[in-house]
Design a protein around this ligand. Structure first.
Ligand code: UT7
Length: 349
């Protein structure tokens, strides 16, 4: 007798999108008290992409979503109208209300599907994957488009050299279908966590119900994004390493370990430290932040797209995804990378 199948969400398409405009470290140094050397040495970042005035998060989300749908259609021949769920991870929605996902679904021509946003800052994509995967395995949906998209350039303090150096805009997306845990591409489990005691470390203080809009600019630049870099660095290393190890043990990769770790791209020194904690070699840690910076919810799927394009990530690789961000939040998932029918599209809008 064959064993009963274990329901799982299976990755069957992927795509990414970056805005056209590139801001180099030298561009930043021309307007702020910083240097290419400081940014490269302290973060590993050489450039980031930013949207133009008039562009918004949904524009990147639609472009990434379109590429993921194309990739999935080429993979298994399933038409876009089979999508019955859109989950968008973002903390820079087009508007504080309503959610951006319904607009993205409509612009992609997906009809009246379930669509909502997930807010977990840089962990958003992992949380969105977990949400969609749970709905697929419960039978609430059959095929989901999961997007991570952010445009932090719209909420950064123009005078803050630290956050301006790190963050960039971007989006990545995957298509998930209901399938079986034994298939390549199946998401094998999740480890998710949070610590609200660290909420102040990564925040936009004004504009919500706690410090509501008054019609005037908020005092002390409170309308801008702010981050306590040092403690966030420490928490990022600690929580991504712990969460990744927890998941490695849970999915039974304790002996062989993952072939590739795709961790949230915030700082190359964080990535190296996580690699050290997990006992991995440098080539096992995917890095693309040098070209895109920290794209928040877009970070993990964009790093996947990049690693596929460069050949650093191949079918059959045991891949661990791990994220950390505001909330504080963290989370990890794992999969054996599947054969996808098409090479990912070039990454720009
Ligand atoms: O995505 C969510 C998770 N986010 C992260 O994981 C980010 C984690 N944090 C970091 O990556 C790092 O803490 C930063 C890159 C943000 C900052 O690097 P750091 O090595 O921790 O620098 P620091 O904040 O301790 O600042 C050291 C010095 C300070 O000067 P003084 O006080 O020593 O004179 C800063 O003012 O570096 C200065 N500094 C800069 N100098 C030139 C900070 N930013 C810059 C800059 N250019 N862009």
């Amino acid at each position: 007798m064959t064993p009963a199948a274990t329901p799982a969400a299976v990755v069957c398409g992927i795509g990414g999108s970056l805005p056209e405009t590139v801001v180099s470290n030298d561009d930043l140094a021309a307007e702020l008290d910083t240097s290419d050397e400081w940014i490269r040495v302290r973060t590993g970042i050489a450039q980031r992409h930013v949207i133009k005035p008039g562009e918004a998060t949904s524009d990147l989300a639609v472009a990434a979503g379109r590429r993921a749908l194309d990739s999935a259609r080429a993979q298994d021949g399933t038409a876009d109208d089979a999508i019955d769920l859109v989950v968008l991870a973002t903390s820079t929605p087009d508007h504080p209300c309503p959610a951006t996902a319904p607009l993205v679904a409509q612009r992609l021509g997906l009809g009246g599907v379930a669509a909502f946003d997930v807010s977990a800052v840089c962990t958003g994509f992992v949380y969105a994957l977990a949400t969609a995967a749970s709905m697929l395995t419960a039978g609430t949906a059959r095929r989901a488009l999961v997007i991570g998209a952010d445009t932090f350039s719209t909420i950064l303090d123009p005078g803050d050299r630290t956050t301006r150096a790190i963050f960039g805009d971007g989006a990545g997306a995957v298509v998930l279908r209901a399938g079986d845990a034994a298939e390549p591409g199946a998401l094998l489990g999740f480890d998710l966590g949070s610590d609200g005691a660290g909420a102040e470390m990564i925040t936009v203080r004004a504009g919500g119900s706690r410090q509501r809009s008054t019609g005037q600019p908020a005092p002390d630049g409170d309308q801008w994004f702010s981050m306590e870099g040092r403690p966030v660095f420490t928490e990022a290393v600690l929580n991504m390493s712990k969460s990744a190890q927890e998941l490695i043990d849970r999915v039974g990769w304790t002996a062989e370990g993952p072939d590739r770790v795709v961790a949230h791209q915030a700082n190359v020194r964080i990535l190296r430290a996580v690699g050290d904690q997990l006992g991995l070699d440098e080539q096992q840690i995917v890095v693309n932040l040098d070209r895109v910076g920290n794209t928040v919810a877009g970070s993990i799927p964009l790093a996947l797209v990049d690693a596929l394009a460069s050949g650093g990530l191949r079918p059959g690789h045991r891949v661990l995804l791990t994220g950390f961000g505001g909330g504080l939040t963290w989370g990890s998932t794992a999969l054996v990378w599947p054969e996808l029918a098409t090479a990912p599209h070039p990454v720009h809008v």
